[in-house]
Ligand binder design. Sequence first.
Ligand SMILES: [Zn+2]
Length: 289
Amino acid sequence: MNYIVFDLEFNMFFKFKEGDLANPEMKNEIIQIGAVKLNEALETIGRFDLIIKPVVYRRMNPYVKRKTNINTSMVVQGTPFGKAIESFYSWVGEGSVLCSWGHDDILALRDNCLFFGFNALSFDKFLNIQQIYMKYGDLPKQPSLESAVEGLEIEVSTPFHDALSDASYTAEIFRKIFNPSCDTIINWERVQKENDEKIEALKNFIDKVEIQCPSCNQYVQKASEVTKSKKYFAFGYCVECNLHIRHVSRITHRDGLYSIVSNNSIYKSEEAGLAAKVTQRLPNLEIEG
Ligand SMILES: [Zn+2]
């Protein structure tokens, strides 16, 4: 049984010009997969490094570009997602345990697979190395990869925020702290099924969320509403303040926690200019992932 320690880099929406819109179905588009393959003795037996050509966000977000040093001309020459994921999947091999720093990368990997129609790919065994490190160091808060590298006195030889480099650091951490007798491998297939059920449960909540005027905080009647996959939009009018209200609720996941995040904003009926924003979190709807 091998361990695949992987890391992903993503491109995301950036408004380069008026009219550019984010695709609500694709928040983080994978542009790089880096991975290290370890055998049962945790020795490195292989490396995987691939730049992927984005199709939703083709031009590199300037912040991501600065962070990762990946520019548009590099991703233009990248491997199409389908080909990349197939070669990654066959490189991973049967029965391997996928390992990553936190939950976000494996969730995004699944989201990208689903977006591009790769429903059949199953990664059913998973280890969250960040979680193991938190248990190891008895840490209450989620540490960054950098801080764990520093905490374990691992030599920094390559820059962070490169998928292969981050995967290599994560593998180093894993080597130092993994204890197979007490760190249990997560049945990821089951976790995913439970996550799907949580999303379904949240979907039943989402259109019951009330619209609130960001100016006077009063509840406003819904004039119209529309639900789009994980997003819900409603529109109303505050008679007190004489304001049009646009409400957006969406199901988000962060660190394995699913929740509904709602946002009420004022807009001028025609131009939809956002005058003020109030974000309300609904903590009672959070379900531990
Ligand atoms: Zn009001």
